[in-house]
Unconditional design. Structure first.
Length: 270
């Protein structure tokens, strides 16, 4: 069964979980449904939704978070699932995506956060992180292992996630969809769905930030996504590698034949 591209999450308490299936490629093929899912972490998973998560039949979960994030909020143990931790931003000196919890959990840092995030600084910092996701050794190692899993090393269905499922996960999804031939407009549509799905579910965080004296509008660029962030990553890819195929072959060590193998595994005739 082919899902509608960008269909709402089948799990109510994980609103930013979605199947990457259904998107059409330039040559008329369609990304297979039920094989590859993107998500947030599972901290909001309701007990009543555990059965729905298990019903996805997952076999592999890639966790793109830092060791600290994984230890603080471990993934649930799911039957017959292999979990693989890949710390994308291990080599980053400072990363907002990997430290969102620390920034927002302590009201004492809110005033400082206002200074750090104001005047477009948050967007500038996060755009820098997106460029680092192309260049950092930890990022290239992590994404190389992830995409090698998609080659067939990891049994499917596969789910990959970080904390909020928008930056480290967002690039993994965007690079995958671009590689298999989904057009730029749809790649960005999938990416920007996070703003519709995730931000409403984080109202309590915005409210708490405001109550502690922060400007909640500053969090929009931190907790949401922006086309400019993805632009930064793709610009880095073009500048360094000439395009997505060069990025996969030169940075990730996944050559042309292997790239075709990923397409064969995840695409069907439309």
């Amino acid at each position: 069964m082919t899902v509608t591209p960008g269909a709402p999450s089948p799990i109510g308490s994980l609103p930013n979980l979605r199947d990457l299936g259904g998107w059409r490629t330039a040559d008329g093929r369609v990304v297979r449904s039920g094989l590859l899912f993107r998500s947030t972490d599972f901290s909001s998973l309701a007990d009543s939704d555990v059965a729905a998560l298990e019903a996805l039949g997952l076999r592999t979960v890639y966790d793109l978070r830092s060791v600290h994030e994984r230890e603080a909020i471990p993934d649930p143990s799911l039957p017959d699932v292999t979990e693989i931790g890949l710390d994308v931003l291990a080599d980053a000196q400072m990363s907002i995506p990997a430290n969102i919890g620390a920034v927002l959990a302590d009201p004492a840092v809110v005033a400082q956060a206002d200074k750090v995030l104001a005047g477009g600084k948050a967007r500038e910092m996060i755009s820098g992180t997106y460029r680092e996701m192309i260049t950092l050794p930890s990022a290239t190692a992590a994404y190389s292992e992830f995409y090698r899993g998609l080659l067939g090393d990891a049994p499917s269905p596969i789910l990959f996630h970080c904390t909020t499922g928008k930056d480290r996960t967002g690039w993994a999804a965007a690079a995958f969809l671009t590689l298999v031939g989904v057009g730029k407009e749809d790649v960005y549509r999938d990416y920007l769905l996070t703003n519709e799905r995730l931000i409403p579910a984080l109202k309590h965080i915005f409210d708490g930030f405001a109550a502690a004296g922060g400007d909640p509008q500053l969090l929009v660029g931190v907790l949401g996504v922006d086309a400019g962030y993805l632009d930064a990553a793709f610009d880095e890819v073009r500048t360094r590698f000439g395009g997505i195929e060069g990025y996969f072959s030169e940075a990730l060590g996944i050559g042309t034949r292997e790239q075709d193998k990923i397409r064969e595994r995840f695409l069907v005739e439309g």
